[in-house]
Write a protein that binds this ligand. Structure first.
Ligand SMILES: *Cc1c(COP(=O)(O)O)cnc(C)c1O
Length: 359
């Protein structure tokens, strides 16, 4: 006789999901630099802390479900309409809602790889099938190969620029060629999580690309340049019809009241926050130059991290770096991502990389 099934089955897709590995955390009291999660090394501005403490007084109430004031302020800052903006609980959640809004079961989503580790998870949970296109040896996306990977089943393409974890941004001309080759019913998501750190003159203007292409959606976040990773606020910029679909797929009340007011205060302090971004960019140049002087071959990072292509030695390097006081993020087999942090952290990291080469 057949035994009765006594367990609730989980979705088959879950067993195939790669785990999201968070960057290593600093143990309490340890004198370590946390360069493992691309966080902003600067604490919130006093004006932002004040907004957060003010907002705390109202947390017995649900937040404004559509984050109306924040959405309006973001729209004004980007010179688009509020109907174009969908805020969510971090741009990772927004990406999930974007994919849920467009994917039928089995639809293909073309992604560069290696890229952001949240992508395969978001695609699978949305019922899609990820089609991975290798990133080039110089860390740049291979947009030609990505265009060639599009089939009649393709529903979306994710373009991570700058690419996490390798660092380069796509160039405007190659993106234009790519978009001209993509069917107009294929959604192209430009994930611009690090856009504020881009200094490459050949990089595209995402908003201009959005204005020219109805099938392009931008993803942006307050987690990196604006320093609010802990409050989870990100957003999509999309045509009103797509934006309405993304909103329909979103978790209700996904952005907390504290997050909304902190993001608003951060937008008001944009000029001050962008001087911090400038300082991180200076530090990035110093780190890249130091590494190259030591003999490392590193991609041209346009984000707040650099990539050490250590292949099979990635975990060993991360372990050694951690013991020396700098936490980094290894992707064993590919490389190690190191966020740009305090100048002291850069100095210590450069000692570690120099010792690694000399060992
Ligand atoms: C950090 C990051 C994000 C932003 O994530 P949030 O959920 O907004 O914190 C999005 N995309 C990429 C590629 C990232 O590296």
């Amino acid at each position: 006789m057949l035994r009765p099934v006594t367990r609730v089955p989980l979705r088959q897709a879950l067993s195939d999901l790669p785990p999201y590995v968070p960057g290593a955390r600093v143990p309490v009291g340890a004198a370590a630099y946390k360069l493992s999660s691309n966080e902003n090394p600067y604490p919130p501005l006093p004006s932002v802390i004040l907004a957060i403490s003010d907002a705390a007084e109202d947390v017995n109430r649900y937040p404004d479900m559509y984050a109306t004031e924040l959405t309006g302020a973001i729209a004004a800052s980007l010179r688009v309409a509020p109907e174009n903006i969908v805020a969510g609980c971090g741009s990772v959640a927004v990406l999930g809602h974007v994919l849920t809004a467009v994917c039928e079961p089995g639809d293909e989503v073309v992604v560069p790889w290696r890229s952001f580790e949240a992508y395969p998870i978001a695609i699978t949970l949305a019922g899609g099938v990820g089609v991975h296109v290798p990133v080039r040896d110089d860390g740049r996306l291979d947009l030609e190969a990505m265009a060639a990977a599009i089939t009649p089943r393709t529903k979306a393409v994710l373009v991570c620029t700058p690419n996490n974890p390798t660092g380069p941004a796509v160039h405007a001309d190659e993106l234009a060629t790519f978009l001209a080759a993509v069917r107009k019913d294929v959604l192209v998501v430009l994930d611009e999580a690090y856009v504020e750190f881009v200094r490459d003159a050949d990089a595209p203007d995402g908003l201009a690309v959005f204005a020219d292409h109805p099938n392009v959606v931008l993803l942006r976040t307050f987690s990196k340049a604006f320093g609010l990773a802990g409050l989870r606020v990100g957003y999509a910029v999309a045509r009103p019809r797509l934006a309405a679909g993304i909103r329909a797929a979103s978790t209700p009340f996904g952005v907390s009241h504290v997050g909304q007011l902190a993001a608003l205060a951060s937008l008001r302090a944009t000029a001050e926050l962008m001087t911090r971004v400038d300082a991180i960019v200076v530090e990035r140049s110093r780190l890249l130059a130091g590494l190259r002087k030591q003999g490392w071959t590193v991609p041209d990072s346009q984000a707040n991290f650099v990539w050490l292509p250590l292949a099979d030695q990635s975990s060993a390097f991360a372990e050694r770096s951690g013991r020396a006081g700098v936490l980094v993020r290894p992707f064993q087999g590919d490389g190690v991502r190191v966020s740009v942090g305090e100048p002291e952290a850069t100095d210590l990291l450069l000692e570690i990389t120099s010792e690694w080469l000399a060992r």
